[in-house]
Design a protein around this ligand. Structure first.
Ligand SMILES: C[S@@+](CC[C@H](N)C(=O)[O-])C[C@H]1O[C@@H](n2cnc3c(N)ncnc32)[C@H](O)[C@@H]1O
Length: 527
């Protein structure tokens, strides 16, 4: 081989080798970056004047990323609860037949309650001793003669006493809890709130129960910490409130970018992104029930968490396009009534077509009345719920949260309760279920988009009427093959997304079961 050709070949070979090495280096770097990204914490703690401490995404996060899973620091019955077992937080009766703790006499679900073995998460010896020494002031009041207020007042104390006990039992956990925000100064300025806790908690524990080792200031602080930072959790009828080591740091938003659930056995929280989150974006969850109007959500948040929310949804009279607070104008019957300035709780509400106005007080009174009406209806009473929708159709816009609440109950009862199972329903009733599901889903898509439990549940509910009506349409020859296929494609899409969302719920939860049912249905359909 001539030397020149050989040199050229050698040069080409060396160039190719250098290119391959460079490519390998880039690939190695990329892999390194990818794995660094995997290892990089998804979020960090930031601080601002407005939020105090809060969590921020450290990198771009995908929808469904698990951000936090942690055990509670403390757990106990909710504030306004019905009687529950002190071990597992499932409902109990106050009758003479109800099993009671041999040590202190409080009602428990049974001798083998799993909460008796879970130190710190259930009924402990230390707690038992305190109640046992004060049977007349606690357990003996918990009979069928107890008024709802007496029951609530006693159950409210449980978690406060548990936290106070941690001071000596596990000082590190206690210190972690005491570092949480309590808003004590602001609470002290609110005479009604302060007096409530002074009477119901501080005096009761220190004077009546003679627990003078619990200082008044410490008790007020614990009450504040609980009001500001607690999560309400529970599955299969259990209900409890919990404090978690880091999940409490999430800031609030009325259309949040995370969703959380809890493990039925360990009470661990599982917090995930519900949609894609940009690097530097604040991670948020909702402290209030999202299917409520701005006026109600804001006053609920101010009452418990002591700040006025000013998020994008709160500032928008149409609530991100959902229009879930709008009323029908009583005067012109054409326009919609909305808040003039939703960030001012006392601002008037005005019609967008005529000069009609309502004061915030008038509006609240009207909504309270309609709400009381709705609350008086059993969630399984289909005719009463339909009647409610018919009565308020002329008063509230179709997406109003009070109508949506009734529609949600109907979505879950049509096709599911005796007398209204799918084979028993008329095509009109099945179509009604489909319509309510669609209306509800359209609002949830705006307020809680992404991988959220409500979307998963309602998509599962929606697939059934579409499927049944499509089959019926084919059988009766009223639906074309093309239209039938279109409906089936929609069913597959709904089941796929529902299965994906609901199987993120912890095993053993009813939503997880629903997710599995969606996945099974897809298999049966050959998907
Ligand atoms: C559960 S704590 C969150 C952690 C708290 N920022 C801290 O530093 O401990 C709730 C408190 O955070 C603040 N906060 C959270 N979200 C907020 C928001 N959207 N606007 C204003 N303050 C907010 C309020 O002080 C609220 O009472």
């Amino acid at each position: 081989m001539p030397a020149k050709k050989h040199r050229r070949q050698h040069k080409q070979h060396a160039q190719a080798q250098a290119q391959a090495q460079a490519k390998a280096r880039v690939q190695a770097k990329e892999t390194e970056l990818e794995s660094e990204q995997d290892l990089a914490p998804a979020f960090r703690v930031a601080h601002s004047e407005l939020f105090g401490r809060y969590l921020v995404a450290n990198r771009q996060l995908a929808a469904g990323e698990l951000l936090i899973t942690e055990q509670p620091l403390a757990i106990g019955p909710c504030v306004s609860c019905e009687p529950v077992c002190l071990g597992c937080y499932r409902p109990v009766q106050l009758t003479a037949q109800q099993y009671r703790c041999a040590g202190c006499g409080w009602p428990l679900c049974g001798a083998s309650c799993r909460g008796m073995q879970q130190r710190r998460l259930g009924h402990t010896e230390e707690e038992c001793e305190i109640y046992g020494q004060r049977r007349g002031l606690a357990a003996e009041l918990l009979t069928t003669h107890a008024t709802p207020d007496q029951v609530r007042d006693l159950y409210e104390l449980v978690l406060i006493v548990r936290i106070a006990l941690l001071r000596h039992l596990t000082p590190d956990l206690y210190a972690q809890i005491r570092r949480m925000e309590s808003h004590t100064a602001a609470r002290r300025e609110n005479a009604t709130l302060w007096q409530h806790y002074e009477q119901k908690v501080v005096r009761r524990l220190r004077d009546d129960w003679q627990l003078q080792q619990l200082e008044a200031a410490e008790l007020h602080e614990i009450c504040g910490i609980l009001d500001v930072n607690c999560f309400e959790i529970g599955q299969h009828g259990a209900k409890a409130r919990t404090l978690y080591p880091s999940a409490f740091l999430l800031a609030h938003d009325c259309s949040p970018n995370t969703a959380h659930t809890d493990d039925p056995l360990s009470y661990a929280i599982l917090l995930r992104t519900s949609r894609a989150v940009r690097e530097q974006e604040t991670l948020t969850l909702s402290y209030a029930y999202t299917l409520q109007g701005t006026l109600k959500r804001r006053s609920f948040i101010q009452g418990g968490k002591l700040f006025w929310c000013r998020c994008r949804r709160c500032a928008d009279p149409r609530e991100l396009g959902s229009d879930c607070s709008a009323l029908v104008c009583r005067s012109c019957q054409l326009g919609s009534i909305r808040a003039i300035d939703p960030l001012d709780q006392s601002a008037d509400w005005a019609c967008d077509r005529c000069a009609h106005r309502l004061s915030a007080v008038q509006l609240e009174r009207l909504l309270d009345r309609i709400n009381d009406d709705l609350e008086s209806i059993d969630v399984h009473d289909i005719p009463a719920l339909e009647n409610f929708l018919a009565r308020y159709r002329e008063v509230l816009r179709p997406n109003h949260y009070l109508l949506l609440s009734a529609k949600y109950s109907l979505c879950q009862t049509y096709g599911r309760i005796e007398g209204y199972l799918l084979p028993e329903l008329s095509p009109q009733d099945i179509a009604r279920k489909e319509r309510y599901c669609r209306e509800f889903l359209a609002v949830i898509d705006l307020l809680e988009p992404g991988l959220t439990r409500l979307r998963g549940v309602i998509m599962y509910e929606l697939h059934a009427p579409i499927m049944v009506l499509a089959q019926l349409g084919m059988q009766t020859g009223q639906m074309s093959r093309q239209e039938f296929q279109k409906r089936i494609n929609e069913v597959v899409k709904l089941l796929t997304e529902s299965a994906h969302i609901l199987q993120l719920e912890p095993a053993g939860s009813s939503e997880h079961e629903m997710g599995r049912a969606a996945a099974d249905a897809l298999i049966k359909m050959g998907c």
